[in-house]
Write a protein that binds this ligand. Structure first.
Ligand code: T6T
Length: 315
């Protein structure tokens, strides 16, 4: 199937309706198009979207591509536009390639809000809510430097070239890692959101650089694959890994020592704030053009603390 449809089963429930004072949008539908299906980051975001939409009397439908790829996300946008929802909340999988389909959506009179990732062109979306990924990438560099005693070779696994989150995390990391004179940066390799590809990147890097000391894996699937690659080489825990996101699998990885630090985002809050901005633009108010959300870097020590627990993505 090309599409994944439906509502997320969120612990807070999906219904509850219509407390808002937004009579003219009540009963309208907004569509959520995440970057990929089956990704706990987007599932948590969807829970935030559903809860906030319900407060405003809005319905939500969700259609996700099977892979994080603009060629799969474009037909979904086209199908969504044909259904004429009041608004679309979307995480564009490519900052450039998703411009034409979203421009068409805008021209069809549909309000667009960006979540998580952004577009290379302004003026299409009325608002954008995302992590500050340059800052998050720099935080990952500092965490990795600390883990390896500021010495040795490090690698970045960038999950998707052309996706703003992947590019910004990589660039934020690269700027920051320059500050550590004892660290040799081996560059970034792209795993195309595939854990298997991340695992083989690790194997190949270890063959050429058996003294590899650290890895920054820029999202969930990069971190999962990195852990597999390191385990296969018997280097798990010896080569330090900073992963991204704090879904159930990532929290397990941290607990087991497959990764030593995680940069956790706030997907639920991105979802609720994006709905609020979309509601503003649907009701003739001025939405905030750009909202940046923060990250928390957690290590194994934090798992028993409130900060660590709070960072975990909930549904
Ligand atoms: O890291 C998130 C998201 O921010 C990124 O754009 C794509 O990957 C994730 O969904 C995690 O898998």
């Amino acid at each position: 199937a090309a599409l994944a449809l439906g509502l997320a089963a969120c612990s807070s429930g999906n219904s509850g309706g219509g407390g808002g004072s937004t009579g003219d949008i009540k009963g309208k539908t907004i569509s959520f198009v995440p970057g990929v299906s089956g990704d706990s980051f987007y599932i948590t975001m969807q829970c935030g979207i559903q809860a906030e939409a319900a407060k405003n009397g809005l319905k939500v439908d969700m259609q996700a591509p099977q892979q994080f790829d603009a060629s799969l996300q474009t037909p979904i946008v086209n199908a969504v536009v044909a259904k004429k929802p009041a608004g679309i909340l979307i995480a564009p999988t490519d900052a450039k390639a998703m411009v034409p389909p979203l421009l068409q959506a805008k021209q069809a009179g549909i309000k667009i809000g960006l979540v998580d990732t952004t577009l290379a062109k302004d003026g299409i979306a009325s608002s954008s809510v995302s992590t500050d990924n340059l800052v998050a990438g720099a935080a990952a560099a500092d965490a990795l430097a600390k883990l390896i005693g500021q010495k040795g070779k490090v690698l970045v696994i960038a999950f998707k070239a052309g996706a703003s989150t992947s590019d910004d995390r990589q660039h934020g990391f690269e700027q920051e890692i320059k500050k550590y004179s004892g660290i040799k940066y081996l560059g970034a390799q792209i795993n195309d959101n595939s854990p298997a590809k991340a695992a083989s990147i690790i194997s190949a890097t270890l063959s050429a650089n058996p003294d590899l000391k650290g890895v920054f894996a820029t999202n969930q699937f990069a971190a999962e694959g990195a852990a597999t690659g390191l385990r296969n080489a018997g280097k798990q825990g010896t080569v330090k890994t900073v992963g991204f996101d704090a879904g159930p699998v990532q929290m397990q990885q941290l607990k087991r020592g497959d990764v030593q630090a995680l940069v956790a985002q706030q997907p639920y809050q991105i979802g609720t704030q994006a709905v609020d901005q979309l509601v503003a633009s649907l009701t003739g108010k001025k939405p905030t053009a750009k909202i940046g959300t923060s990250t928390t870097t957690i290590t194994q020590d934090d798992l028993s603390k409130p900060a660590g627990q709070q960072a975990a993505y909930k549904t």
